[in-house]
Design a binder for this molecule. Structure first.
Ligand code: FAD
Length: 513
């Protein structure tokens, strides 16, 4: 046991020094500061049964991104005379053990609205309070406190973006604390502390994955990337979301700050402030929902809806989700997941997901619509699971919210508007550079067939070294008839949902099948 006033700051998300109220409060007046991150083996352990490298919960790209973020945090803490203490095990048990072992007066951690953390935090908080330890758990992952918005809306989350924006107002400013040093780490007792592991330490082989995400984790990289984006003031002021090019991959059309926001390497309040600074210096700028600040508000919108909606991550028992008799077709799901649908635009996006863990928003629209109400009529929860595991920005509230949106299960209901898997991408990239990059099997297919290679004459397929049906699959469905059938089923399901006022049970779903 050490003496004096010890503080434990427990990092989970919020992997940063800037605008970190938990860190600031923990370090204020403390004689010793214990910065802790607990590696949960369930999240990290290699799963040989998963269809691609990684654990059962996270693809290897996201695990690598997290480890890079931890290395960077450790380095930044070391520059301030501290270090990151890595422990392993069940996070609640490990933190409670640390509180028992060290002389801690204050426990500080960022408030988290996800059900997983809500359950975890109750356990740790209860122990700490019973032991007379002060607990400080501020909201700093989002612009606003979802609790406040729900309270302002009479106890329910606003379910439209406009009503959310009206209630929200202006977000609080980020903290401007600049540290010259942090209190030293105290006596560590018998706790098993290690350095940040590498992916090899976690049991992943050297040649586990042939291509890693080009996006490197960490606060330093987040701030560098943010500075880079903010340099082009005109681009920031004119940012208009649906207008970007989803096939741009050498220089993506949007910021690619989502993985940094997901892990809290970047504070959304700081990001928001930087955009506002630019707006103030420009004669005109775009506005929400399409502007860059509008994107950050979308993020908070989904966080608030998710926090205030029981069973937000499933169709059943979710009062805001339409009950739709989705097909249980593992073959179609697998073809989609493994980039074997035979539609190059869809398959290239799914390869980008596997290799990079990030795709443009409209690319996500395309594949999510295709899997669900557009063509395959597979349950949105199945697609959500694939994204949840493979995205480096995988985010519980945003991912579930967007899957419900794209499948017309909630928030958006124009199920007649379907993305074409052959013409949508062509508008942006008629030569198919994106497809050729992510699906090199099609790299020599002539321009006129790149989006529909099955229509190429045999002689052309031979010349392009790509025989459809052998080197690259035939389409799994005919888009024209599949999308027609999807519209019909959605119409029926909507009618029944209306009749039953959303209270649809398993028996009603059977009626629809
Ligand atoms: P920018 O356009 O530069 O926007 C800046 C930030 O605003 C983003 O980093 C993100 O935090 C936020 N943002 C932008 N669009 C949205 C949106 N539609 N909803 C909520 N927040 C938004 N985003 C995730 O961060 N995690 C997910 O798991 C996720 N799953 C998705 C699943 C589907 C089916 C779809 C259609 C979209 C999903 N998105 C998700 C939303 C969006 O596609 C990404 O946030 C965006 O493409 C990230 O790129 P960016 O950082 O360049 O975005």
């Amino acid at each position: 046991m050490g003496s004096g006033s010890g503080s434990l700051v427990w990092f989970r998300k919020g992997i940063r020094i800037h605008d970190n109220p938990a860190l600031e409060f923990a370090s204020r007046g403390a004689s010793h500061l214990y910065p802790v991150f607990v590696i949960d083996p369930h999240y990290m352990k290699p799963d040989p049964n998963s269809p691609s490298p990684g654990s059962s919960r996270a693809g290897l790209n996201r695990i690598k991104f997290l480890l890079e973020s931890l290395v960077d945090l450790d380095l930044n803490l070391k520059n301030l005379g501290s270090r990151l203490l890595i422990l392993k095990g069940d996070p609640a048990e490990v933190v409670i053990q640390c509180l028992k072992e060290w002389n801690i007066n204050k426990l500080c951690f960022e408030y988290d609205t996800e059900p997983y953390y809500q359950a975890l935090d109750v356990k740790v908080k209860n122990f700490a309070l019973a032991a007379g330890i002060e607990v400080f758990s501020p909201v700093s992952h989002t612009l606003f406190n979802p609790n406040d918005i729900i309270h302002k809306n009479g106890g329910k989350p606003p379910l439209s973006y406009n009503s959310f924006v009206k209630l929200a107002g202006e977000p609080p400013s980020p903290l401007s604390t600049v540290y010259s040093s942090l209190p030293p780490v105290g006596h560590l007792g018998s706790c098993d502390i290690s350095e940040v592991p590498t992916i090899t330490d976690l049991g992943y082989g050297d040649a586990e994955q042939d291509e890693f995400s080009p996006f490197k984790g960490g606060e330093s990289e987040a701030l560098r990337r943010l500075d880079e984006c903010m340099k082009d003031k005109k681009w920031v002021a004119n940012f208009e979301k649906p207008k970007g090019n989803p096939s741009a991959f050498l220089k993506p059309a949007t910021t690619v700050l989502s993985p940094y926001l997901k892990f809290g390497c970047l504070s959304s309040r700081y990001f928001y402030q930087r955009i506002q600074d630019i707006y103030r210096s420009m004669a005109k700028h775009t506005s929400p929902p399409v502007s860059l600040t509008g994107q950050l508000l979308w993020r908070d919108f989904f966080y608030t809806a998710a926090f205030g909606t029981p069973n937000f991550d499933r169709m059943k028992g979710n009062r805001i989700c339409k009950q739709i008799p989705w097909k249980d077709d593992d073959k179609l799901l697998e073809a989609w997941r493994e980039a074997r649908t035979g539609f190059p635009w869809i398959d290239a996006i799914m390869i980008q997901l596997r290799k990079w863990g990030w795709m443009h928003h409209l690319a996500r629209h395309s594949v999510a619509c295709f899997l669900t109400r557009g063509d395959l009529f597979v349950h949105w929860e199945k697609g959500r699971d694939v994204f949840e595991r493979l995205l480096i920005d995988s985010d519980w509230a945003i991912n579930n919210g967007n899957w419900m949106w794209l499948s017309c299960s909630s928030f958006f209901y124009q199920y007649n508007r379907i993305y074409s898997p052959t013409t949508f991408g062509k508008k942006y990239d008629p030569n198919g550079y994106y497809i050729r990059h992510f699906l090199p099997v099609l790299k020599d297919m002539p321009r006129e067939y790149i989006y529909e290679p099955w229509t190429a004459p045999k002689s052309i397929q031979t010349k392009a070294n790509c025989i459809i049906g052998k080197d690259y699959p035939m389409p799994v469905v005919s888009h024209d008839s599949a999308s027609k059938e999807c519209r019909r089923k959605m119409g029926e399901a909507y009618a029944l949902n209306k009749e039953l006022n959303g209270l649809v049970g398993e028996d009603d779903l059977k009626k629809l099948r």
